[in-house]
Design a protein around this ligand. Sequence first.
Ligand SMILES: Cc1cc2nc3c(=O)[nH]c(=O)nc-3n(C[C@H](O)[C@H](O)[C@H](O)COP(=O)(O)OP(=O)(O)OC[C@H]3O[C@@H](n4cnc5c(N)ncnc54)[C@H](O)[C@@H]3O)c2cc1C
Length: 347
Amino acid sequence: MQLKKEMQLSKANETDRNSDGGKVVLVLGGGPAGVVAAVRLADLGHHVTLVNRPRPGEGLEAVPRHVREQLRAHGLEASADTFGPLVKARTVWAGQKSSAQLHVVHRRLLDQALLYDATRRHVNVVDGIAGGIVRSDTGWRVGVGEFNYEGDFLVEARGREAGGKEGGGTVICLTMRYRMPGDCEPFVEVFSFEKGWVRFIAGERREAALQIYLSDDNGDIPAGSFALKNFFEALTGGLSAHLPLLAEAKPKGEVERRNTVSRLREPLIGMDSIRIGEAALALEPLPGSGLEQALENAEIALPVIRAWLAGAGDKQQLAAGYIDRVKADFGALKQSRQVRFGRSENK
Ligand SMILES: Cc1cc2nc3c(=O)[nH]c(=O)nc-3n(C[C@H](O)[C@H](O)[C@H](O)COP(=O)(O)OP(=O)(O)OC[C@H]3O[C@@H](n4cnc5c(N)ncnc54)[C@H](O)[C@@H]3O)c2cc1C
């Protein structure tokens, strides 16, 4: 059903949740950042439509324990409930060993639960690819298939796939999924090897994912899926000393290739629009704090969006405050990764 702005506004006016003036907000992307923004703005009485195309592939992620509580604090109970038990995560870096407790998260389950939570919280969730994003005198228009959705404010939360100016540099993450032997307990292991960095995540139900991070400086990572599989197998052949269990694991599916370099995506804030989560600042996921960072960024953006929608405060000042904060966070996070992982990336 095509949503008309007038209908949405009149619907919002009928409710008594209309404390901030009931504007129409379009959120693009239903990952953790988009859903937190959507539910919080809906709580304030705004009429929120969230457009999401499900993430392709099946991923396992290792997530710090307090992220689950962060989700609960936003009332995203079903999402928090998808977290697996805490498992031991061991990092071996330049001879230094450290360990932590992390949750193994099945990303497809989390993504489905996020949308379920959003629907439960009065967000209009649209399943589809957002395209044809146009700004006119009266507001924003977003095309999804044959329908158009209109709104007063746009929240860009499409993660790494959001458009916009990109920085340079490449860090390729090659991922392969595995089925583990029956007696394998969940664990996470991170270590460096001569060609790059490795993260192995073994979750429940004998599922596992091996991520190999390579700097693509030499351009020697093949493009075709057959050649890529051979390339990946050659890399994993040298890992058995670090990961003896790999010899017993059965590969599943194709090698997935993603550019995971850290990037600040500008402009962070525009005419009645804002970028949040990885659409604003994407950090190389190896240290396992991407989800936490996406949530924190959404939390920083919320008061800015709220004031903007309420027409409270100087827009330029609000924008400058947000831009400064995101840039400062990006710089600090990049530096802490470089200190911890002893490497530098191109800007
Ligand atoms: C290989 C890899 C491994 C990672 N491992 C970890 C980890 O172990 N721990 C951790 O904390 N973080 C990890 N991360 C990072 C984590 O996934 C992100 O930081 C986090 O999901 C960002 O949240 P977000 O809401 O900003 O964006 P996303 O979660 O990326 O959500 C964006 C959503 O927008 C949708 N979308 C994209 N384009 C469109 C479109 N045109 N129309 C509609 N919808 C669209 C996408 O399908 C997706 O559902 C990893 C990332 C990668 C790439």
